[in-house]
Design a protein around this ligand. Structure first.
Ligand SMILES: [Zn+2]
Length: 227
């Protein structure tokens, strides 16, 4: 799963909870940030194999600390708690349920990975590996990613008050994510090394976080009436 993860970020933000979109963009990819870092450090293991599955070259054969179910639950709690602490120190305006929403956004990553990944997601450590393997079916997996993203963006646009210039920017960002997903799924390329791959994860995911941050600044000086 790639851009489909961002559907949860878009869907999670509402006028009521006021969680910044960029925070949710980090949350939904939090497990992959940990994974990319641990692969770079040589603690978790990744092979990049052309044709490993129809929709992905990633053979993530050892990632118990970022992608086992137990790890996902622990990281979700850590993220929710960290958000709560940071918010209470900085006096953010978020709702009381905001830390829970951030935690659920982190956990959603594991659920969506479960659908796409081949059986490489352990329940605990490296035992009982699960994965529905939708990556073996390139077109359905692509349709799911795009469908999820579209629904997420639609919810974001309906649950948040914003000036029309920002609305257009959000839709343009969605289109850009679709184009990136088309490139990832359908454009043939030679596999990168495992280090290049996870550095790419860091760079691209952080770029998306930055765009999400900028998008919510667009037109913010102008007043927006609450719905
Ligand atoms: Zn993942």
């Amino acid at each position: 799963m790639f851009v489909g993860h961002y559907s949860v970020a878009f869907a999670g933000r509402s006028e009521r909870n006021k969680i910044p979109l960029w925070v949710l963009f980090i949350a939904v990819q939090f497990l992959d940030y940990i994974w990319a870092t641990l692969v770079l450090l040589g603690i978790e293991k990744l092979r990049v194999i052309k044709g490993f599955t129809a929709g992905s070259m990633l053979d993530s054969y050892f990632h118990p600390y970022s992608h086992s179910l137990i790890a996902a639950v622990i990281w979700s709690c850590v993220a929710a708690l960290a958000y709560k602490v940071i918010c209470s120190r900085h006096g953010c305006q978020e709702s009381k349920s905001a830390p829970l929403i951030v935690g659920l956004a982190v956990f959603s990553h594991w659920i969506l990975d479960l659908i796409a990944h081949p059986r490489d997601l352990a329940i605990y450590d490296t035992t009982w590996k699960v994965g529905f393997g939708l990556w073996n079916y390139r077109d359905p997996e692509f349709v799911l990613e795009i469908g999820l993203l579209a629904v997420g963006i639609l919810l974001y646009l309906t649950r948040n008050a914003m000036p029309s210039v920002r609305r257009i920017a959000v839709i343009a960002f969605g289109v850009a994510l679709v184009v990136i997903q088309i490139g990832d799924t359908y454009v043939p390329r030679n596999p990168l090394t495992h280090k290049q791959t996870v550095m790419g994860v860091w760079v691209f995911y952080t770029l998306f976080v930055f765009v999400a941050f900028l998008i919510e600044k667009i037109g913010s000086r102008r007043q927006v009436n609450p719905p």
